[in-house]
Design a protein around this ligand. Structure first.
Ligand SMILES: [Zn+2]
Length: 291
């Protein structure tokens, strides 16, 4: 599942191979296109910049209106990079965007959001314009993150951390692991947590996500056994690495139903704190495949 670390890495690779290169081919299927841009300007233009913010990736083209290709990966999207003529790992018909240069072919598979807009429209964008501070970026503004968390006082901390308008780039894995390391219950309402507690969990999330940004198998702890890469994520029924209590999991209410794994002892979670409603069938959407 892509999280902010995956998109950051995709941006790094795409920047290395595409930035400054002339686009020799551009194919796109069913994009949302702003009236301010034309997609036929892209061939012949130069790739000006590649940026990521959380799970959003932006490719800027040096066209008269500075067209920006915005892809959002959600659960399913991925960018690949190939040499011209090299065989792709996924069927060509599944690519929604293909960018070609003299040396590289870069297809994007299954992004739920693909749109073309003018650079000047980005700040007004319904989602992009509202994104919280980017947790992986060098200039992460922790005070702004705290201010935005305080606007969600009634939410539980786990749900608030996943809200991309609060902090951009935290996915479920780093949320679960950061809450464990900060010794906080995923179901604690934001209003019950002190500023120091909020800072601590945000700092843990940032540390973990930055540790993972250069790639390899995602991990939050380092043990001799490579199968023990996580503190609690997906470890229900196994003993806590710190205290030996059985790790458990529970759900969170809301539209986008999410799970949290936790240690009842280390995170001081009482059974009555955990939301008990059954998961909704919409969780099993067929397009949610692995990255
Ligand atoms: Zn424990």
């Amino acid at each position: 599942m892509p999280e902010g670390d995956t998109i950051f890495r995709a941006a790094t690779v795409l920047r290395r191979v595409l930035a400054g290169q002339v686009v020799t081919g551009f194919e796109i299927t069913a994009p949302k296109v702003s009236a301010a841009v034309r997609d036929d300007e892209i061939v012949g233009s130069t790739v000006k910049a590649i940026e990521s913010n959380g799970k959003h990736l932006f490719i800027h083209f040096d066209t008269p209106h500075e067209v920006v290709l915005h892809t959002h990966m959600k659960m399913s999207g991925s960018w690949h990079v190939y040499r011209p003529g090299e065989r792709w790992w996924q069927p060509e018909k599944e690519a929604r965007v293909v960018i070609r240069t003299a040396n590289v072919v870069a297809p994007c598979f299954h992004p739920p959001i693909v749109e073309l807009l003018a650079a000047k429209e980005l700040a007004l964008h319904r989602v992009v314009g509202r994104l919280g501070p980017d947790i992986i970026g060098d200039e992460f503004d922790v005070d702004e993150a705290l201010r935005r968390l305080r606007e969600k006082q009634d939410r539980d901390i786990a749900t608030a951390l996943l809200d991309q308008s609060v902090i951009s780039g935290i996915g479920n894995v780093f949320k679960v692991e950061a809450l464990f390391l900060a010794k906080l219950s995923p179901w604690a309402p934001v209003r019950d947590l002190s500023d120091d507690q909020l800072r601590a969990v945000v700092a843990q999330a940032r540390k973990l996500i930055r540790l993972n940004r250069s790639g390899g198998e995602r991990r939050t702890r380092f043990s001799l056994d490579p199968s023990d890469r996580m503190w609690v994520d997906e470890r229900a029924g196994l003993p806590c690495h710190v205290c030996g209590t059985r790790v458990e999991h529970g759900w969170h209410p809301g539209e986008d139903v999410r799970k949290s794994w936790y240690c009842p002892h280390c995170q001081n979670v009482k059974p009555e704190d955990v939301y008990r409603a059954a998961p909704v069938p919409a969780m099993r959407m067929p397009h949610r495949e692995r990255l």
